[in-house]
Ligand binder design. Structure first.
Ligand code: PLP
Length: 440
């Protein structure tokens, strides 16, 4: 596919072919699928996606923060082709092989060392495995998590998820023993606190729980996202995560970093935890790890590896084709994509912050690297969330050929492939400025 410098929308949206597929989709597919706008992909290259009607879109959503190296990166395509030509499954739970062993070694090095690695197929499976490591190793019944968190939708991870009650409605009872505390949102601090106290009030609340109802020596772990993803791309205040780590260490509580969305270079570092210099006991990766091929990795500290053979496993986990795609992805990240995510992400966020000055209903611009959230409000003084405006911005951007996604109650998330260039980011900025002029 030729690389275009601008989106090209030539048909009404959806075009006739997309419309026909969506009509069939509506008749046969599970009604649980969300279709935020009528986009039906046909092919992609880099950050550009063509739909089935030949319209070309600039992609700032990357299949929900997944396609790290963009579409059809030649190095990833080559790695997949080579591995598929050798073997695509033998069952890594039973038989060791390359490229998985090499991938585990590379992940351990990138995450700072001292880990063992377990492979699954998806983020939620990674979270389930992490829950089992915690349970098995600590034998403690309670888990701490944050409101606004998203950790997946299988019944264990769903007990941790708390970003929207629609994910839980109708599915109770869930895993018992999960206690949620508010996430320290600097823009909308919990307990009516001042923004500068957002972290401290949460820590105080955790200590209060420890004194009044939650014996800290019975808490196995605290699960956290270093930047809340589905909850609205919320960066916690500087110093919060190290203080949480200190409190957890005091009570022998494991720190579990869910880096499913923040990890794999998206924020400009391999792990977003690195920004706060914390040292999680367990790290969960998925989404962007293999540029779109399904794999998750749970990295847990050597000393937590007490479970015996057979205690956990899965038929497809660590699929060799996905693992080969992950190795190619990590090589590209180390070869410059992480640096690009930081550089282009900083440019994009700075420019959006500049743009924000003219649009008071764009209440907050936040994020790290190429994980950027735009929070829309009804009124900048009350900071009341404006989900309708956010949805209208996403819809209008789509009609102009720019793909974005919502996150949280009122945030538009920008999570493009990490190959996004400065020029491509400028095109996105122009479109967003036009949309805001028309709507905000
Ligand atoms: N954890 C986080 C932080 C996520 O953002 C997600 C998905 O959005 C998950 C876990 C679940 O991953 P999956 O959808 O691959 O099961």
């Amino acid at each position: 596919m030729e690389i275009l410098q601008r989106p090209q929308v030539r048909t009404p949206l959806p075009g006739p072919k997309a419309k026909a597929i969506l009509e069939r989709d509506a008749r046969i597919l599970s009604t649980s699928y969300v279709r935020p706008y009528p986009f039906v992909p046909a092919a992609g290259e880099g950050v550009w996606l063509r739909d089935v009607d030949g319209n070309v879109f600039l992609d700032l959503m990357a299949g929900i923060a997944v396609n790290t190296t963009g579409y059809a990166h030649p190095r990833v395509v080559e790695a997949v082709r080579e591995q598929a030509g050798r073997f695509s499954h033998v069952c890594f739970s039973d038989f060791s092989s390359e490229p998985q062993v090499g991938l585990a070694e590379q992940l351990d090095r990138l995450a700072g060392g001292g880990f063992r690695v377990y492979f699954g197929n998806s983020g939620t499976e990674g979270v389930e495995a992490a829950l089992k490591v915690v349970r098995y190793h600590t034998r403690r019944p309670y888990i701490l998590a944050f409101t606004g968190a998203f950790h997946g939708r299988t019944l264990g991870s769903l007990a941790l998820t708390s970003s929207n009650s629609k994910y839980r409605r109708g599915f109770a009872p869930l895993l018992p023993g999960v206690v949620h505390v508010p996430y320290p949102h600097p823009y909308r601090p919990p307990f009516g606190a001042r923004p500068e106290d957002a972290g401290q009030v949460v820590l105080d609340y955790v200590e209060h729980l420890f004194k009044t109802k939650l014996p800290p020596d019975e808490v196995g772990a605290v699960f956290f996202e270093p930047i809340q993803g589905e909850g609205g791309y919320i960066v916690p205040p500087a110093g919060f995560l190290p203080a949480l780590e200190k409190l957890a260490r005091k009570h022998g509580i494991l720190m579990v970093a869910d880096e499913v969305q923040t990890g794999s270079g998206r924020t400009g570092r391999f792990l977003a935890s690195a920004y706060e210099e914390i040292d999680p006991d367990i790290v969960i990766l998925a989404k962007g790890l293999a540029s779109g091929y399904p794999i998750s990795a749970v990295l847990f500290k050597e000393e937590l590896s007490s479970w015996p053979p057979g205690a956990h496993g899965t038929t497809f986990g660590g699929n060799p084709v996905a693992a080969a795609a992950a190795v190619a992805t990590l090589d590209l990240l180390e070869g410059g994509l992480m640096a690009n995510a930081f550089e282009v992400g900083t440019y994009l966020r700075d420019e959006l912050t500049r743009l924000q000055a003219g649009f008071p209903r764009l209440g907050d611009v936040r994020g790290r690297g190429l994980m950027i959230g735009l929070d829309f409000v009804k009124d900048p003084d009350t900071r009341e969330e404006d989900p309708e405006l956010r949805d209208r911005v996403a819809e209008a951007a789509f009609r102009k050929g720019l793909l974005t996604l919502p996150a949280g109650p009122s945030t538009l998330r920008l999570s493009p492939p990490l190959v996004l260039s400065r020029d491509e980011a400028s095109v996105a900025l122009e479109i967003l400025a036009d949309v805001l002029k028309a709507l905000a």
